[in-house]
Ligand binder design. Sequence first.
Ligand SMILES: [Zn+2]
Length: 318
Amino acid sequence: MSLTETVAGAEACPVCGAPGGRPIYPEARDPITLDSFRVALCSTCGVAYTTPRPNSLDRHYPQKYRDYGWIVTLVLNALYGVRVSRWARLKPTGGSALEVGCGPGLMLAALHRRGWRVLGIERNEAVAEAARRAIGIEIVAAPVEALPLDVRFDLIIMFHVLEHISEPVELLRECAKRLAPAGRLIVNVPNFSSWQSRFAGSKWLHLDVPRHLMHFTPQTLAATLKRAGLEPAEMRFASLEHDPYGWVESTINRVTGRPNTLTRFLMGLEPFGPAVLLSIVLGVMLVPPALLLSMASWLAGYGALMEATATLSATPEK
Ligand SMILES: [Zn+2]
């Protein structure tokens, strides 16, 4: 893929390869390093992407990325239990599942408890090892293309992964090759055309440049799945663990002009001080409207996170 900057100031589209793109956010800041990036919109396929793409993302990932405390783990376990029950109905007697980018492996553990055979992929070996020891399931630190092609899965899960990938179509194709004929692929990503995204613009919590390289809408996600030989079957928007918090933090970002103060404090990146105190006070006040707005946006189909279910396409596009 060409990384050449065009006159429009953007790299080639990661989905369709069209050169350039229209910068829609000329300045979007990394809330962790405070480095500046742009978000460009492809004029050919309509997908939005972060540019320039950093050569290495290492310095943009804090040490504790997705290293949850026990309270968060408890809450996530309860929420994932509900979500996984829905997927497990696909094969009530137990099927096989692969999760790409499984982190601590909580969803796989929930499927495992329901009698499913599970395999996780996690590129961070330290995270993979911690998950293996904590929940005793098989997790490999390898890319999807390293998995044998003769093992097919009834369920492939990609939760908050595709937006981090610089070549999303290629990754989806590798997943499609490993999906059983009647299998389902679940892709959960932030919704760039959500009410929350439109309200907060470049200060949206879930924009999260440059860790998020891709910014999908329901339409561009469906088109990207189709390019990879997959057929979108369902789109859901309810995400209790990410949506209300997104309203709270994005509103604080807009009010204070500081990026993700609450999140930075919770991650240990920001010491306690007047700005943190103000964010906590605002945060508590914002919980009720955030819950209401989240639920209204789910009903309207404009939630901040979206979950697409896809099947293998009968006629894969080339
Ligand atoms: Zn494009």
